[in-house]
Ligand binder design. Structure first.
Ligand SMILES: C[S@@+](CC[C@H](N)C(=O)[O-])C[C@H]1O[C@@H](n2cnc3c(N)ncnc32)[C@H](O)[C@@H]1O
Length: 308
């Protein structure tokens, strides 16, 4: 189904399924021989959700008849999610270490940081996502007996609507420095919704606040890259359809391949000190194959607000 400006979803539907795909890659990484991250909750979510396109990523040991190209795409996704997870984990722990006690995870999906990171005492963490996504997560983790290691506050709201009001109503205090993340979100917003997101984050950020986000690299707008990506995903989807006993979502039709404001430059102009690194640099840092940076070009941005 094509996207609309006010579409909504459950965890196995539309953009909700992308959260399961990320969880599947984290589960596969966690179960691998030499994992970069350990997310014991990722598999719990998959067991609860049942099968879908995400099942392809959940087990690196694919059936023998799956071809090399699909294996390469699956491996690239797992490597991408592994280093991306490390990037955001390190960001939050450094922010907490610097004394920030108010964190906001935008588009939290099935991110289990509130349950798995070694947070210091006194952290309040707001998770913002669509209502049914947060509900699936809360019910699944409660059933599993998991307890958050922070004061966790759910903010069920669409990030294209008046989420700042929902966040304030939930107790968020804009006078205090905040640690913000937008992980795996921006490509699912239009370019103008992305601009509005960062304008609002900026308005809510006291000096000393920090922000981490990943943005799709400019290469992903190249028509040749887009055509190749569509072909590869079509092929992956047909393989997935043969492996799982259910409908398989077309993940390629969920994102907006639009030209966007340069996030680092925009933050810089607005009083944030920015550092940015490509996915390729992060893969190299952890000795992972560079294939993922060609298949999923990305930039990891982190910033600290230094001026009002
Ligand atoms: C690829 S997943 C990433 C989830 C999580 N950040 C992670 O990395 O595990 C994208 C998430 O963005 C959420 N999302 C996308 N657009 C949204 C919107 N307009 N409002 C609220 N949540 C949204 C989806 O529900 C989904 O949980």
């Amino acid at each position: 189904m094509p996207r609309t400006d006010d579409d909504t979803w459950d965890i196995t539907e539309s953009v909700g399924a992308t959260a399961l795909t990320v969880a599947a890659a984290r589960a596969a990484e966690t179960d691998s021989e030499n994992p970069l991250i350990r997310d014991p909750f990722a598999r719990v979510f998959l067991d609860e959700a049942g099968q879908g396109i995400w099942s392809l990523y959940a087990k690196p040991a694919l059936p023998d008849d799956v071809d090399t190209d699909v294996r390469t795409m699956v491996r690239a996704m797992i490597d991408f999610m592994a280093v991306r997870t490390v990037f955001f984990d390190e960001f939050f722990l450094a922010a907490a270490d610097a004394g920030i006690q108010q964190m906001v995870i935008l588009a939290s999906g099935l991110d289990a940081r509130a349950w798995r990171l070694p947070w210091p005492d006194g952290i309040t963490l707001y998770e913002v996502d669509q209502p049914k996504v947060l509900e699936f997560k809360a019910v699944t983790l409660q059933r599993h007996g998991a307890r958050p290691r922070v004061n966790l506050v759910n903010v069920p709201v669409d990030l294209r609507q008046d989420w700042p009001r929902a966040l304030r109503d939930a107790g968020f205090d804009p006078a205090r420095p905040t640690g913000w993340s937008a992980e795996g979100l921006l490509r699912y917003l239009t370019a103008s919704a992305q601009d509005s997101l960062f304008e609002r984050i900026h308005e809510l950020s006291a000096v000393g606040s920090r922000l981490a986000a990943n943005a799709v690299g400019a290469e992903a707008l190249n028509p040749q890259w887009l055509a190749r990506q569509r072909d590869q995903m079509r092929h992956l989807r047909s393989v997935a359809t043969g492996l799982v006993d259910t409908d398989v979502i077309d993940l390629e039709e969920l994102w907006y391949p639009e030209e966007r404001t340069d996030l680092s430059a925009w933050l810089n102009e607005h009083g944030w000190e920015v550092s940015a690194a490509t996915l390729g640099e992060w893969l190299a840092r952890y000795g992972r194959s560079d294939v993922a940076s060609d298949r999923m070009p990305n930039v990891f941005v982190s910033a600290r607000r230094t001026r009002s």
